[in-house]
Structures are given as structure tokens and as C-alpha cells.
Design a protein around this ligand. Structure first.
Ligand code: PEP
Ligand code: CO
Length: 451
């Protein structure tokens, strides 16, 4: 049934933070018109399926793994960046499945993660002030007046990049690459030589042996589709409301609107004001909706958001993504967990151990420490144990590539090492081997919880 007093454009009557000021309103409108005539990137049935999977997470029967770039970049479209991120998410998921013996729901920050909230509207360098870089869907990172001016044509480029990325992801998920019989082939060369690469190869050997054993017992693997393909979902921050509105579609079968730009959309920490435009848009669409919660979130804010975004208590609709900081999680998270539990709500609770742990290195790089990331994950699990609630998932900024953006880990990357391959378009990401290392450490935590 349609949502009351809502339309894809009703957000326009609210205050919209973090949106760019386009110099040419006519050009923006023309692009919106074009986008609204293009095919949806995803289908409503997939949204229903993801919500069913998330409902299982909220019951404690599955685990959510969400990860990808902080910001995708138009320059990075190609098979390699997408495939390398996809394969590391598969590896992490296999490690966690093996550890916890529970299904892992895989959601990428991918195929649409192009818009970034910024703490300042402008940036000044050598006496020149220009608009801040807000992600490739809005402007370019290069510090020149021309490139920093918001350009609506970028919305169309974002759409076509998302479509191409999603096409590749669907091929990778369904076309044989993700077959469990090929688990050895998922490890990138630079990871293979690392301790966690070796540990993964051992796990892959065990999976091979299990499959061979089951097949020797007469189990027909050819008839088990879940061994040959994976479900992989997409997500991004629903920040650019002009883009999201233009990609909103109507599902006649249930008279509901859905965001056709990704399976799951989330609300950022800076745009989750209850009366703001972003909440207004998200309340009306049928997708799974994430909500980032920083250490300043109060229990009453969270309950009000749940009432507004999920008045019907729909299973699998909401994922609360706590991003407290390793030093704050123990104090800030439990009051939210208990308030939500006492209100009879059962959202998925997910931990983003990245955004509360960003620091600047001695040589000026925005970075994060592997140890603090792991500490926040541990704090998240501890808070849930204390409150008797279920720690349902993890949300990472990561890439499959061999970048040097986060410090620490088995590679013991220090400040000097950051300069080598620091490539992110926004926040620092875990590289392929740090991601896998973290998955093994989280697996140990999950195992020790004893499901
Ligand atoms: C992000 O996920 O990249 C982000 C900006 O997060 P948050 O809204 O939690 O700061
Ligand atoms: Co980020």
C-alpha cells in the first residue's frame, strides 16, 4: 500500500543538507528528466529478497557483511577494481561462514557509491576558495574552479558506471567465478604470499576436501545451485536526492515506490535529522534502509527514526549501523541497544568500525589504525553480549587492491608506508590482505561467542 502523504519529490519541501548548488537549474532538470526515463538498475523482487535475508539476520540466523569503497571513482571503472573487491568480500564471507556456521549476506558499497557528505562547503588553498569535492557524481577532486563546479551531466555518468559495474557483479556472482569449487582462485597474488593468504589457502583446502567427501557420498553438486553462485546486493548512501528521486520507480504489484539505484540505501550520520529531506525521501521507498549512528545519537533520536522509517515494524527493513569510535563504543552503544530492544524493535545491528576511527598521520594522510578498527568490532560484540542483543553484521571501507591507506595489520604499515599507494577518492580503505586478516580475527571473536 502506498505510503501516506509522500511522493518521490516530497523531500523538496524539507531542508536538504549536503546537496550541491548547481549553477544551471535548467540543465539539472533536463538530466533528471533523462534519468527518470532510463531502466531501473535493480528489480523490486530483489529488494524483497534482501529484506527476507536481513530479517533472518535480525533473528540471529545469519550475518551481514557490507563493504566497499568510501567513494567510487569514475576513473576506476574497469574489471580489475570491481572484481578484486568482489573476490575479497567473497573470501571474507567464506571465512565468517566457516567460523560461525551461519549464512553471510553480502552487500557491496558499490555500483552507486558516488556522493560524499563534507564537513565544509568550501576548501581554501593558497588563498583560493573553491567548492569542496563532493564525490564524482557532483564534481571532480582536482582543485580548479572548472572541475569543482557541480555538473549535472555527472549524474548520467554515475548511472552508466553503476549499470556497468552492476552488470559485471551479476556476471561474477552468477557466472561461475563464485563457485565454491573455485575458492582457491579468489586469492589475489599479493595476498597469497601473506600469512592470512596462507591461512585462507588452508581453509580453501578444507572446503575442497568437504566437497569431495560429499560428492563421494553421492551428493550431486551439479544440482545444488547455492554451491555455484552467490547472492550479491548493492548499496550506497542516499545522499544525492535529485538522483534518487529521478531513479524512483513504482511497483504496480504492491502499489509501492522503490529506489531503483541500489538494493539498500542508507542515511548518513550528517543527514539523519528527523525532519530533514533525506529521512523524508527514505521513509517512502520500499528498499532496505540503513541508518548510520554516531556517538551523539540519543535513544530518543533512534526510536523516532525507527517510527518514521519503519512504522509497520517490517522484518528486514532497517539496518542500524553504529560508528561510534573504538574509545566510545562501550559507553555510547549499550543505551541505544537497550532502548531499541525495550521498544520491541528488532532491526539488524551492524558495526561500522571505520568512521569513528579516522585520524591524520604525522605526514598528513587521513588514515585509520587496524588495531582500533578491531577494538571497535570487539566493543560492538561486547555491548551486544551485555544487552542480550544480536550483533548482526559489519560494515567496512575496503578494496581488494594493494593500497596503503590504513596503518597496522600484519603488514605493520606505518606512516612512511602510507605514501606508497595511497589512492582513495575519500576515506582510507583496508586493502585486500588487511580485509582478510580482519575477517579471520572477527571469525575468532564469533567462534569464541559460541553460537
Ligand atoms: C561513509 O559511510 O562514507 C560516511 C560518510 O559515513 P558517516 O555518515 O557514518 O560519517
Ligand atoms: Co567514508
Amino acid at each position: 500500500m502506498a505510503v501516506q502523504h509522500w511522493s518521490p519529490s516530497s523531500w523538496r519541501e524539507r531542508k536538504a543538507l549536503q546537496l550541491p548548488a548547481y549553477p544551471d537549474a535548467g540543465a539539472l532538470q533536463a538530466v533528471e528528466g533523462r534519468l527518470s526515463s532510463l531502466p531501473p538498475l535493480i528489480f523490486p523482487g530483489e529488494i524483497t529478497q534482501l529484506k527476507a535475508r536481513l530479517a533472518a539476520v535480525s533473528r540471529g540466523e545469519a550475518f551481514l557483511l557490507q563493504g566497499g569503497d568510501c567513494a567510487e571513482s569514475f576513473d576506476e571503472l574497469g574489471q580489475m577494481p570491481v572484481e578484486s573487491t568482489f573476490r575479497v568480500i567473497l573470501q571474507m564471507a567464506v571465512v565468517l561462514t566457516y567460523a560461525a556456521s551461519c549464512p553471510v549476506i553480502k552487500v557491496g558499497r558499490i555500483a552507486g557509491q558516488f556522493a560524499k557528505p563534507r564537513s565544509s562547503d568550501t576548501e581554501t588553498a593558497q588563498g583560493v576558495t573553491l567548492p569542496s569535492y563532493r564525490g564524482d557524481i557532483i564534481n571532480g577532486a582536482e582543485f580548479s574552479a572548472d572541475v569543482r563546479t557541480p555538473d549535472p551531466q555527472r549524474l548520467l555518468t554515475a548511472y552508466s558506471h553503476s549499470a556497468a559495474t552492476l552488470n559485471l557483479l551479476r556476471a561474477l556472482a552468477q557466472g561461475g567465478f563464485a563457485d565454491l569449487h573455485r575458492v582457491h582462485g579468489w586469492t589475489a597474488d599479493f595476498v597469497r604470499r601473506s600469512p592470512q593468504g596462507e591461512r585462507f589457502e588452508e581453509l580453501a583446502d578444507r572446503i575442497d576436501q568437504s566437497l569431495a567427501f560429499m560428492e563421494a557420498c553421492g551428493f550431486d553438486a551439479a544440482k545444488a545451485p547455492q554451491l555455484h553462485a552467490v547472492e550479491f546486493y548493492t548499496s550506497h548512501e542516499a545522499l544525492h536526492l535529485h538522483y534518487e528521486e529521478a531513479l524512483t520507480r513504482h511497483d504496480e504489484s504492491c502499489d509501492r515506490s522503490y529506489g531503483a539505484s541500489a538494493h539498500m540505501l542508507w542515511l548518513g550520520e550528517r543527514t539523519r535529522g528527523i525532519e530533514g529531506a533525506h529521512v523524508e525521501y527514505l521513509r517512502g521507498i520500499d528498499n532496505a534502509v540503513g541508518v548510520k549512528l554516531g556517538p551523539a545519537a540519543r535513544p530518543e533520536d533512534v526510536l523516532a527514526l525507527l517510527d518514521r522509517l519503519d512504522p509497520n515494524h517490517e522484518p528486514g527493513r532497517i539496518v542500524l549501523i553504529a560508528r561510534m569510535g573504538s574509545d566510545k563504543v562501550a559507553d555510547a552503544l549499550p543505551p541505544l541497544l537497550s532502548a531499541v530492544r525495550d521498544a520491541g524493535r528488532t532491526p539488524v545491528w551492524c558495526c561500522d568500525p571505520m568512521h569513528g576511527n579516522t585520524v591524520t598521520s604525522s605526514n598528513g594522510y587521513k588514515t585509520r589504525d587496524f588495531g582500533r578498527i578491531l577494538d571497535e568490532v570487539r566493543g560492538f560484540f561486547a555491548a551486544h553480549r551485555q544487552e542480550g542483543t544480536y550483533p548482526g553484521g559489519l560494515h567496512f571501507e575496503m578494496t581488494g587492491q594493494d593500497v596503503t591507506e590504513c596503518r597496522g595489520g600484519a603488514q605493520a604499515l606505518g606512516d612512511e608506508g602510507l605514501a606508497e599507494r595511497y589512492r582513495t577518492a575519500c576515506d582510507p580503505r583496508l586493502n585486500g590482505s588487511q580485509s582478510l586478516e580482519l575477517a579471520f580475527l572477527v571469525a575468532d571473536v564469533l567462534r569464541s561467542r559460541g553460537r
